[in-house]
Ligand binder design. Structure first.
Ligand SMILES: Nc1ncnc2c1ncn2[C@@H]1O[C@H](COP(=O)(O)OP(=O)(O)O)[C@@H](O)[C@H]1O
Ligand SMILES: [Mg+2]
Length: 295
């Protein structure tokens, strides 16, 4: 099974949101990483056939998805970024409604819904109206509706937005299990959410895929550029101005341990650290460090 994105471009009036993207997705969990505005949502909307490319084609097992139509939609699950579902339905009524709409047999749907409510820890609120749920719960209802038809291809646009730390961990475990023999594509700008579950990552910037690979492969380019060092707390501000600090932690005796990115060691006692995907992301998107801080 594969999904080929071939030379896909999407132009809006004065904006090239997706620019000649070539990417072949094989079964596994794919992280689609990029800052806000990179083009992730636009690319996903084309992959799900909600939007047509300005040029280029997308093929599922060698066949143009435009020609597959309904057959393609049957094997597809999608959580849109803006999934809010402000309906007056209860959780279970809503999922039954979506299942009916997707043409899933009632008995099969009931069983599947119970299973998903359980995995996504929504059983306790299944009778509650969706409008009354918290953001994280609503997001999980969105994930459930995307998975009702046991999709071979599951596209999740920012699925972890609004989830609390516990919900994030459960989400990761559940996606890892689900992804056997399926293509799962997850967009995020929160690297840690996919770092440990993605089999491959595609990094998007300015409408282009700038890098593709496993986490191990990708972080190779910043090997030797991630450092940790101990500095006096009163000098943090000075170092902050000249170093790209990823992390800092207070230590005893008025010292602070920092993790920073630099081609060369910039502090005497620096030690090289094992690079992580988040380090690479901040290396490629320096502005993201600021975004993360203000969150
Ligand atoms: N319908 C649209 N009309 C015009 N510009 C759009 C439209 N949708 C997205 N864009 C622009 O395309 C770029 C990529 O947006 P988007 O795909 O939402 O990125 P991301 O999901 O990575 O944040 C942004 O500059 C955005 O403003
Ligand atoms: Mg988006």
């Amino acid at each position: 099974m594969n999904l080929q994105i071939m030379n896909v471009t999407k132009e809006f009036k004065d904006k090239k949101a997706v620019d000649k993207v070539n990417l072949t997705l094989a079964p596994g969990v794919w992280g689609l990483l990029g800052a806000n505005g990179a083009g992730k949502t636009t690319l996903m909307r084309m992959i799900t056939d909600i939007m047509s490319p300005s040029s280029g084609v997308i093929k599922y097992n060698g066949k143009d998805i435009k020609k597959l139509g309904k057959l393609y939609r049957e094997i597809l699950g999608f959580l849109p970024q803006e999934f809010g579902c402000s309906s007056d339905f209860s959780v279970v009524d809503y999922l039954e409604y979506v299942a009916a709409y997707k043409g899933i047999e009632k008995k099969v749907a009931r069983k599947k819904i119970a299973e998903l409510l359980d995995i996504l820890t929504l059983s306790d609120v299944k009778k509650k109206k969706i409008v009354k749920l918290s953001g994280g719960m609503r997001r999980r209802v969105g994930i459930a509706q995307a998975m009702l038809n046991n999709p071979e291809i599951l596209i999740l646009d920012e699925p972890t937005a609004g989830l609390d730390p516990g919900e994030r961990i459960r989400f990761r475990n559940f996606i890892s299990e689900f992804s056997q023999d399926r293509i799962v594509l997850i967009s995020t700008h929160i690297v840690s959410d996919i770092e440990y579950i993605s089999t491959q990552n595609a990094i998007m910037k300015g409408g282009k895929i700038v890098d593709v690979g496993t986490t191990e492969e990708l972080v190779k380019q910043i090997e030797g550029k991630v450092w940790s060092a101990l500095i006096p707390a009163k000098e943090v501000a000075v170092f902050e101005r000249k170093l790209r600090i990823i992390n800092q932690k207070n230590e005893p005796n008025g010292m602070v341990s920092i993790r920073y990115l630099s081609s060369n060691s910039e502090v005497d006692n620096s030690v090289n650290e094992e690079p992580r995907l988040e380090d690479l992301y901040l290396w490629l998107f320096p502005e993201a460090a600021y975004e993360r801080e203000v969150k």
